[in-house]
Design a protein around this ligand. Sequence first.
Ligand SMILES: *[C@@H]1O[C@H](CO)[C@@H](O)[C@H](O)[C@H]1NC(C)=O
Length: 391
Amino acid sequence: MANLISSILSFSALFSFLLFHCSNAAYNVLNFGAKPDGKTDSTQAFLKAWGAACKSGSASTISVPKGRYLVKAIAFRGPCRSRITVQIDGTIVAPSDYWALGNSEGKWILFIQVNRVSVIGGTLDASGPAFWACRRTGRNCPSGARSITFNWATNIVISGLTSINSQLSHMVINSCKNVMVKDVRLSAPRQSLNTDGIHVQGSTGVTVTRATIQTGDDCVSIGPGTRNMLMSNINCGPGHGVSIGSLGWGPREDGVQNITLTDAVFSGSDNGVRIKSWARPSNGFVNNVLFQNIIMKNVANPIIIDQNYCPSNQGCPRQSSGVKISQVTYRNIKGTSATQKAVSFDCSSSNPCKGIKLQDIKLTYMNKAASSSCKNVAGSSSRVPMPGLCF
Ligand SMILES: *[C@@H]1O[C@H](CO)[C@@H](O)[C@H](O)[C@H]1NC(C)=O
């Protein structure tokens, strides 16, 4: 009798084990017709795998095995019924003809209105070089595409992703909530135009940790409506640094609030930490920002606020920014500046910067203390050995 009971028990344990594992559905793109040869168009196969996963009543995994997969502009749409993990062990490549992404409204790989999606591993290669070359010659070129975009997405994890040769931005997070980006490598050459690393806007709760970013534009750019963002362990350069902005193009614009960058190294970048706004009327704002524990290595503008952004003096009728900048702390920032002026605060004459704090800043230029310049800014400093500092 005892024997019978124990075998019933172990049978039911086995049964529930099987049930649990079979309920975690797996979809391999190869089974939907994808070819890992880098030549066959696998777009439809990826879409079919997504369709199956999206309908699944239980958590599912889409797997992309080793190999190269040619994928054109593609949209992974939600809402879906359950959690989806996209496990990528291969490389996804864009068509070498850059006109092929021309009609994709600026997006190559798009996740839209999804919830609880994780993208793990993988390499994206947007075949950018021919597109950059076209732009440099000023010939008739398409507008180009961002590599991976999340629009109106919630509870997203992007982990271990590599992106190379993006035409424009590598990664865009737009109107999202709760996004974790970790262990990513984003790379494009210094000379490639508008290849931002990560662009975030209209989003709350974005965390970026352990990212290595080498690009021709901002390593991270933070647009209007970004709140509660944390960046840590960031390696940036070449590139244009970590930028809040450009802000204040529009008269009505969401503010940027509660942004932290901690533990970062900038190497040979044009800027370190920058806040930038157009010299135009706007109700935008930047409030509660912390930049701390940062090493600058030969950075042209290590610390900069530029509220007089107006390339070619076009479209800035009053030449003063409406964006209100307040409570920005710079703490423990050390290293070398590639120019004499390591700290530059050029704030708006109509809306001076307030509550700017500098603590433990040690930046040198050619082995001597670097200098600063300040316009329309109020704040305080401690332990900042810099001759002629504004406060
Ligand atoms: C600020 O953002 C962090 C994430 O970086 C979050 O943990 C914290 O709760 C936010 N603070 C407020 C007051 O919202």
